[in-house]
Each structure stands twice: as structure tokens, then as C-alpha cells.
Design a protein around this ligand. Structure first.
Ligand code: CUK
Ligand code: CUA
Length: 641
């Protein structure tokens, strides 16, 4: 994405400006009548609630943000692949293991694609998954607690980009490698890439009871770049589709090298067939180091386990499992319509969209009509699988979503617009400019068999003049369109955090009933819990000092701590004894070089302090919790070693 953005965006930035100039009244809410009708549609009166949740990826912030639609109000930022001082995630002893990897503690990542769990192809609101690109990882977040519960590292992968999309019963969350790499990793000349590097497509099983992830198998594909993916659904359930680029296998992607081929491929993977193959003992176990980090709601603690082995599958050993569909001009997005029949490859270097037919693909496979092979994988004939072409006359198509009423909506990055077109007839029925240079778009449920086609959110890469200036760096900008009518109507702009690449949305009613209110103190199994205020105490073990601290409005117990020495390692294990919804306490210690912690009712959290200076050092509650919040304080006396 980056390379493309830099080269083409700069060359064509004039194009976007041109659009701004000629679109006054073309949907901007800047003129009177339009503004007031749009305002009514996004207005959520004080005390009222939004109709939809939207979960926007935070890109290079490593987080996931939660918004309401249509208001565009942000409700929460969920830390996933990052340290987050607001709650102490990634700082507290309980959560530090979440960010463990085979490369050590990696408290950052580039989070791209959230996807909500499904049952029978419909959103079920249990979990949301998101990928970390840079140090390849997949996270699972509970949609009851809105906390990150699990992170699994993906070995043999790099630039974990065609991730994290799920199959229609959440059997698997699937990850694809953007960069092919030596498998296993080894010291070798980079220019021996071609024919030697591999592209791992990883199928991670999700346990239906609790969502725990486990790598079932890795398909070791030819060394292309695997860009995006989508599961089949309905009739194509059991298949998964991945766009590729650089099928030339150039090790340096100067435009000249990697765009020689007129067509790259969509890889069609029959995962059911491969699942059967591995269930019957197929595949090769290969040494691989990767971390599996799991948060336990009972103990309120995460543990990190280093795994040592992964099951790999050579696609040529499973006949009928993998095929290549030629697709023009470096396709980026790979989207499957709600019926499962149409597979759309957004060729980012072309103006047209290629739509493949699942039925035609199956017929061609059954008729053994192949057009050669690549590394033993059959290539289907373009004409045999083509359902149609959308002649959009836009530039730089990236991503497509669906409204469930037979329409598709595609973003065009270069011509900066959303184009609405009809599935089956391929005719363009509407187009609206975006401000500016849209990447992904999202319709709640748009990635399932049952979209809720009332709104589309466009996530724009460039903000320019949409908000009051904040210096050279602006937040990205999202735009909300009403799509309930024949023509799209731009309703609203709202800023986003980090760089959203994709979002997932669902009706609010799907989540509100199961949203957790508080953790029961009686069920708190943290090893350092203080079950009653009378239990609060200080214990020394060698140079470790464990403070079992209880907190309830408006005291810390204990609040005067003596006997600590320079060179000690002091653990504050703070348990919040409140059992009222929404009454957190915070805790911060002067001199501790970590963050504060925010402890929710019923929870225990721990921070560590290694005092370096003699003195009497205060601590206090960081979250305004009652009229006596300022009275929530205490001292630690630190004596010479
Ligand atoms: S990518 Cu960012 S605009 Cu990671 Cu989904 Cu296409
Ligand atoms: Cu407890 Cu402020």
C-alpha cells in the first residue's frame, strides 16, 4: 500500500484537488438544505444511543477504536498490539505477557483488518479479530469485555496482511503473508528469492466454546506477495480467496520489476480439502518458534507460551485444493459477495474491476480446463472464470463492500470516490467523491451473508482541509454516507485514530445485552488478590516486597508502608473492592518508571517499582472516583540498602 500511495498519490494529487474544486454541492454538507437534512440523520440526542457499533482498526497505533454510527462518536480505544497508559495495558504485570513474541517484548504493531465472529455466515457478536502486520500476530478481543484476550504469533510469515478474516462459522481465522520469506528462516542471498522464498497462508482454528486459537496448518505457497483475502460464504463456504501481486517474484519491487505481468492471481484455496488431508495425517511438522499469549478472565492474568512446531502443507500434495485465477493488474482487495458467487479482484493499477464467478470456477475445475501451472498449481483460464467486468472509469480501485440488496460499493483511491454498482449487470449506478483518497470502506455486516445496508463509512487517507488545522499532522478522516436510497448521500465527517485500514460494524443490539458490567470479586482468582480489606498486607521474600493492597472509596489499605529498601523490587498488587458498575480506581507511584494502572471493580492489577532513591514517596489514585478522590493517597518509606 505504502509504495503505491507514495508513487501514484504524489503524481496524481492534482486529481483529488480537481475533484474538490468541482464537487461543491455534490454531497458536501456545506450548503443549507442539505446540511440540515443530513444533520438530522446523524443526530443522536443527549442520552440516546447509536444504532450501530463500528470497530475501526488503528493502523500504526496498534489499537482498535470503537465508534457509534451514525453519530461518529468514539467510545473506546482498545489496546491490542501496543502499550496503553490509560489502562496500564502492556505495563501491568498481568498484561505484559500479551506482547511477548519470539523476537521478545514487542509493544507495537500495525493493525489492519478487524473481523467479527460469525455463525452461519451472520455476525454473532462474540469476538473481533485483528492482525498485526509487522511482527505477524492475530489478536482476539472479547465483545463482552472489550478487552484483548488472546494474541497468537504467526511463524514463517512477514507483513501479516491478508489477515484476519474468518470463515462463516468462525472455524478459522486466516492469515496470509504479504512478504514471502525463506521457510524456515535462514541466511541466504536476497537475489535468490525467486523460486526459493515461500508465502505461508495460515489457518488458525478457533475453539467454539472459548475462542482459543491454535495454528491448524500452514499452506506453503509460491513466493508471491499475498495481499488481501476473503472467505467464501454460502455456496463457496469451504474456500478462501487471496489476491497476489509480484507473481514475477522480483526481490526489488521497483515498478518495472513487479508489474510486468499483465495479470497476477487470485489464489483459491479449498481449505476443507486441506483440513481433511491434515486430519488424515497429511502435512509435515516443521520447527518454528512463535508465542501464544492468553489472558484469563478468572485470574485476570495473561500467560505467554512459546510454541516450537507448526504443521506445513505443500499445496501440490493435495490435488484439487489450490488453483490460480488470473486477475488483472496487481489486485489489492479480494471481496466475496453475500451470496458467495462473486469474487472481486480490485486491480489497483487499472480502472476496471474484475469479477470472477464461483460456479464457473467449479465448472472449469471439474472440466480440467487449465491454462498451464505455476509451481505445480493449476492456472484457470481468465475467460472461463470471469463473471463480468465493471467499467467504472474510476482510478485505483481498492476495496468493495455489499449492501445485501444486490449492490456493491468500491473505493477508488486515486480518483477519490466511492462507486456503487450492480452485481450481475455490472452497471455503475452512482458515484460520490470522498475527501480525500479513500482506502477501505465498511458497511455493518458487509463482510457476511447478511449486511445491514443503511450506511457506508469511507476511511480516507488524506484529511487536508476537513478539520481545523493541527499542524502538519492531521488525524485521518472518515465519512459517513446514507446508502438506504438509490443514490448515496454524504452525511458526516469524523476524525479517526491512527490509520484505519478496514473496520467491522454491527447493530448495537447484538452487543449491548452481553456487555459485561463488572468482574465479581468472589470469582477473582488472581494469585495476589486481596479478598477483603482485612487481608491487605505487606510480605517480603528476599529482595521482593509484595504489597497486597485493597482499594475502595476512598482509601488504599495499607496506605503507610515502611521497610522498603533501595534495591528492592516492590510489587503493588491492587484489588478494587467496588462492586458498582463503572467505578474504577487508579494507582500511580512517584518514581516508578512504568505507567499508572486502572483497576476495574473486582479486578487485581500489579505494577512493579524498583526504588533508586532514599525518601518518603507518595502514591495516589489517578481516576476521579468520589468527592474524596483527592484523599486517596499514601506513602512508601524507602530506606538505604
Ligand atoms: S489495506 Cu490499507 S487501504 Cu491493509 Cu486493507 Cu487497502
Ligand atoms: Cu479512587 Cu480516585
Amino acid at each position: 500500500m505504502k509504495r503505491f500511495q507514495l508513487t501514484i498519490a504524489t503524481a496524481l494529487s492534482g486529481f483529488a484537488l480537481l475533484l474538490t474544486g468541482c464537487n461543491q454541492g455534490g454531497g458536501t454538507a456545506s450548503n443549507g438544505a442539505l446540511a440540515s437534512s443530513a444533520a438530522e440523520k446523524v443526530y443522536v440526542a443527549p442520552g440516546e444511543q447509536d444504532e450501530f457499533y463500528a470497530f475501526l482498526s488503528g493502523g500504526y497505533s496498534g489499537n482498535l477504536t470503537v465508534y457509534g454510527l451514525p453519530s461518529g462518536r468514539m467510545f473506546k480505544e482498545i489496546p491490542v498490539f501496543s502499550q496503553f497508559p490509560t489502562s496500564g495495558y502492556g505495563y501491568s504485570e498481568e498484561t505484559v505477557p500479551m506482547l511477548n513474541t519470539s523476537h521478545g517484548f514487542v509493544p507495537w504493531d500495525d493493525a489492519h483488518h478487524p473481523d467479527i465472529s460469525q455463525t452461519n455466515g451472520e455476525l454473532d457478536g462474540r469476538w473481533i479479530f485483528i492482525n498485526g502486520n509487522n511482527t505477524p500476530r492475530i489478536a482476539r478481543i472479547s465483545l463482552s469485555t472489550f478487552e484483548t484476550e488472546e494474541i497468537i504469533e504467526v511463524p514463517n510469515s512477514a507483513g501479516n496482511h491478508s489477515s484476519s478474516f474468518i470463515t462463516e462459522n468462525t472455524e478459522y481465522v486466516v492469515a496470509g503473508t504479504r512478504f514471502s520469506v525463506p521457510v524456515p528462516q535462514r541466511d541466504m542471498p536476497i537475489n535468490e528469492y525467486k523460486g526459493n522464498f515461500k508465502g505461508a497462508l495460515t489457518f488458525i482454528s478457533v475453539a467454539p466454546e472459548h475462542g482459543h486459537m491454535d495454528i491448524k496448518f500452514q499452506l506453503l505457497m509460491p513466493g508471491f506477495n499475498y495481499d488481501l483475502s476473503h472467505p467464501g460464504r454460502g455456496k463457496s463456504h469451504g474456500w478462501f480467496f487471496f489476491t497476489t501481486y509480484n507473481t514475477e517474484e522480483a526481490n526489488s519491487l521497483m515498478e518495472v520489476n513487479s508489474s510486468q505481468n499483465d495479470k497476477d492471481f487470485i489464489a483459491a484455496v479449498n481449505w476443507k480439502k486441506i483440513e481433511e488431508y491434515v486430519n488424515n495425517g497429511g502435512g509435515t511438522k516443521m520447527p518454528a518458534n512463535y508465542a501464544h499469549n492468553l489472558y484469563d478472565e478468572g485470574t485476570h492474568m495473561a500467560t505467554s507460551t512459546m510454541k516450537k512446531e507448526v504443521l506445513t502443507v505443500d499445496p501440490t500434495k493435495v490435488p484439487g485444493a489450490v488453483f490460480f485465477l488470473p486477475t488483472p493488474k496487481s489486485p489489492h482487495g479480494c471481496d466475496v459477495d453475500p451470496s458467495g458467487e462473486y469474487i472481486i479482484g480490485n486491480g489497483k493499477l487499472s480502472a476496471d474491476l474484475t469479477v470472477h464467478s464461483f460456479d464457473k470456477m467449479i465448472a472449469a475445475i471439474e472440466g480440467q480446463k487449465f491454462d498451464g501451472e505455476a509451481y505445480g498449481i493449476p492456472i484457470l483460464k481468465f475467460e472461463d472464470v470471469l463473471a463480468g467486468t465493471v467499467q467504472s472509469s474510476g482510478l485505483g480501485p481498492l476495496h468493495t463492500e455489499f449492501d445485501g440488496q444486490g449492490n456493491a460499493y468500491t473505493t477508488f483511491f486515486i480518483s477519490s470516490e466511492v462507486v456503487k454498482w450492480k452485481l450481475g449487470t455490472w452497471e455503475v449506478v452512482d458515484r460520490k467523491p470522498t475527501f480525500y483518497s479513500v482506502g477501505h470502506l465498511m458497511i455493518p455486516g458487509g463482510n457476511s451473508r447478511k449486511p445491514f445496508g443503511k450506511y457506508v463509512v469511507a476511511m480516507n487517507k488524506i484529511t487536508k482541509d476537513r478539520y481545523l488545522p493541527t499542524g502538519p499532522e492531521m488525524e485521518h478522516s472518515a465519512q459517513l454516507y446514507d446508502i438506504s436510497g438509490e443514490k448515496m448521500e454524504l452525511l458526516y465527517d469524523f476524525p479517526t485514530h491512527g490509520e484505519p485500514h478496514y473496520a467491522a460494524g454491527c447493530p448495537a443490539s447484538l452487543l449491548t445485552a452481553n456487555s459485561k458490567k463488572f468482574y465479581k470479586l468472589a470469582e477473582n482468582n488472581h494469585p495476589y488478590v486481596t479478598k477483603s480489606v482485612a487481608d491487605a498486607r505487606v510480605e517480603r521474600k528476599g529482595n521482593e516486597v509484595h504489597i497486597y493492597m485493597a482499594t475502595i472509596r476512598s482509601h488504599f489499605t495499607p496506605d503507610n508502608i515502611e521497610g522498603v529498601k533501595v534495591g528492592d523490587k516492590v510489587f503493588f498488587h491492587v484489588t478494587n473492592h467496588e462492586q458498582d458498575f463503572d467505578v474504577p480506581h487508579g494507582f500511580a507511584q512517584l518514581g516508578a518508571n512504568t505507567s499508572e494502572i486502572l483497576i476495574m471493580p473486582g479486578q487485581t492489577k500489579t505494577i512493579v517499582w524498583e526504588p533508586k532513591q532514599v525518601g518518603v514517596w507518595p502514591f495516589y489514585c489517578t481516576d476521579f472516583c468520589s468527592a474524596l478522590h483527592q484523599e486517596m493517597q499514601g506513602y512508601v518509606r524507602v530506606s538505604p540498602a
